[in-house]
Design a protein around this ligand. Sequence first.
Ligand code: NAD
Ligand code: WQD
Length: 343
Amino acid sequence: MNKRILVTGGLGYIGSHTVIALHENNYEVVIVDNLSNSDKSFLKKITDITGKSPDFECFDLTDLIPLKRFFDTHPIDGIIHFAAFKAVRESVKIPLKYYYNNLVSLIQLLQEFQARGLDNFIFSSSCTVYGQADKLPIKEDAPLKPLESPYGSTKQMSEQILRDYANIHIKKVVSLRYFNPIGAHLSIKIGEFPLGIPQNLVPFITQTAIGMHPKLSIFGGDYNTKDGTAIRDYIHVYDLAKAHVAALSRLLRGKNRSSFEVFNLGTGRGHSVLEVVKAFERILNKSFDYQIIDRRSGDIEAAYADTSLAEKELGWKAEISLEEALQTAWAWEKKIASDKEKF
Ligand code: NAD
Ligand code: WQD
């Protein structure tokens, strides 16, 4: 019998790509999503790509009654927990919204897990937990720094909750710390839908290229980096999705080395903002309008992953280059624009 996996937030950006990767590896999937930052049309798109329909339950994970009902009626072999709010700047303005959604969802899921003797929990964490690391590339044992955003704090707190839970109940838990996910599925049938004006670099670049913004503002040209702009590790979303399948398989086969494990998911390569812009110009085959302005508050100078632990333990490595990832992001932006024109 195929294993049945609960994917919370499975209609969101990373979740939907991961559902595809799970289908491709013969897992049965049941998605729980409240559609607070996603669209139900992604269900059909997933089916178009994989030929399989995931089950779907629409409710809010902070709502205990449907959550209990869900577990009463759905046997599962593991969970990948993506559902969370993720807008860093909004979290500074409305911290309780973030603490409530991200922490209450997690705690209630764990309580149900524990009550029902379930196991195998994969959590979406973030490189944001490191703050500005002292050493690059960043290893998993780098100290976690105090953070400026409540969003980032929810990731640090969630990891602590999971660590304590896994240790005392002897459960298998993996926390995956994503670096900067970008791009769209190679079919260009699904991708990212940022709400409002995107805060993240790549959707802002593609929206600017399609004419939605006059130009890109690069935040900071005076960092201590090769060209003065900040450095990040941009990883294609489908590479990221495949790492979840690798982590799940490790847990299901009991290959974990401890009850709580942490892995960095990045490419291991750092690119400056200007390098991303130049790579995008090569795709457009023309120059791209930008200005360099002051640093954005809360930003760090440089972050990229040491991925050797994930390579060794998960047998996983990112394969898609920055340029290919940007190509998919650009193709997706054009697809959104042409779909809008049709309606
Ligand atoms: P997303 O917003 O596209 O997906 C999250 C999904 O969860 C959405 O479909 C939303 O409707 C759902 N959701 C949120 N709260 C819910 C709740 N209480 N009950 C049910 N459903 C709920 O975000 P994403 O980019 O796919 O991120 C997925 C996870 O990865 C998040 O935990 C995020 O913090 C983490 N992460 C994202 C990034 C990134 O840059 N995208 C980087 C590091 C970590
Ligand atoms: C990348 C670089 C910006 C927009 C965020 C979250 C973090 C994690 C990953 C979830 C930075 C620069 C951006 C623009 C720019 N997400 N930039 N002009 O800041 O690394 O991290 O996503 O866990 O928590 O904070 O990603 O894409 O916003 O920025 O110059 O219009 O691009 O300053 O150097 P970031 P990003």
